[in-house]
Design a protein around this ligand. Structure first.
Ligand SMILES: NC(=O)c1ccc[n+]([C@@H]2O[C@H](COP(=O)([O-])OP(=O)(O)OC[C@H]3O[C@@H](n4cnc5c(N)ncnc54)[C@H](OP(=O)(O)O)[C@@H]3O)[C@@H](O)[C@H]2O)c1
Length: 244
């Protein structure tokens, strides 16, 4: 996909990785950029096409799909992390909140924008996942579960949307230097570096973007080549949908 010819929507664009993505899309000459936030006033002055969007709010998701009818590049970046364990947490409140945003919110966006992308020639749908989509770090056990679920939904969307020409892309990264990890004193990659690698992967047509060294190392360590298995699954899906 050629970024300079695309019309993009970035969720969670007011800070962190979303802010970097909007800035780098602009630098790459992206034709039109919708920047979405729960509080559009936080988007700053340079934003031409602000969108009010809480991805857990069904009315706002529907309204965004209508407002952003010309989008052919959707970047589902919005996400939360509560940094609590799964069973040792005081309640299931954090686990539910993470699932509502990272899984159900992203799913709602995929469902609402699949027809938009189809009308605009297929385009690309990018979900910002994590390295913890692949394993569980128990200090943040419920976040990892939600990112695993989001990874699985990304693969489901890829199967379902391939026939309409939509490239579904999963982004994996380790720690990024944003508000989300402000309390952690660990090695982190700058959000600009991650955003740059995401845009390069979109341009190349990757389906899986390993956006930092940690993602590259863990992908090799934890997972084999599941391409042939997924190709067989794609055929099973395609055969079950003869009219598509
Ligand atoms: N930081 C990391 O180490 C890291 C690593 C791998 C993957 N990721 C993923 O990268 C993505 C961006 O994270 P970040 O590091 O930039 O985090 P961040 O600095 O905390 O920013 C999160 C963004 O998501 C928005 N958001 C949260 N809930 C939302 C909702 N219900 N509807 C719409 N927007 C919502 C926030 O909006 P408000 O300002 O309104 O809260 C904010 O704009 C997330 O999906 C995260 O899981 C992060």
């Amino acid at each position: 996909m050629n970024i300079s010819e695309s019309t993009a929507l970035v969720t969670g664009a007011n800070r962190g990785l979303g802010l970097s993505l909007v800035r780098l899309l602009r630098e790459a000459g992206c034709k039109k950029i919708y920047a979405a936030a729960r509080q559009p006033a936080e988007l700053g002055a340079g934003v031409e096409y602000p969108v009010l969007l809480d991805i857990t709010n069904p009315e706002q998701v529907t309204a965004a799909a209508a407002q952003c009818h010309d989008v052919d590049l959707l970047i589902n970046n919005a996400g939360i992390a509560k940094f609590t364990p799964l069973l040792a947490a005081l309640s299931t409140d954090n686990a539910r909140a993470e699932m509502e945003t990272n899984y159900f919110g992203t799913m709602a966006m995929c469902r609402a924008f699949a027809p938009v992308l189809k009308r605009n020639g297929g385009g690309a749908l990018v979900n910002v996942l994590s390295v913890v989509s692949w394993f569980n770090a128990p200090m943040q056990g419920s976040y990892c579960a939600s990112k695993s679920a989001e990874w699985s939904l990304t693969k489901a969307a890829r199967f379902e949307l391939r026939s309409q020409g939509t490239r579904v892309i999963g982004v994996h990264a380790g720690y990024i230097d944003t508000d989300m990890t402000a309390a952690l004193t660990l090695a982190k990659t700058s959000p600009d570096d991650i955003a740059r690698r995401i845009l390069a992967g979109i341009e190349r047509g990757d389906e899986e973007i390993l956006a930092d060294e940690r993602a590259q190392a863990l992908r090799a360590e934890l997972l084999g080549d599941y391409g042939p298995f997924e190709a067989a699954m794609q055929q099973t899906w395609d055969r079950s949908r003869p009219s598509h």
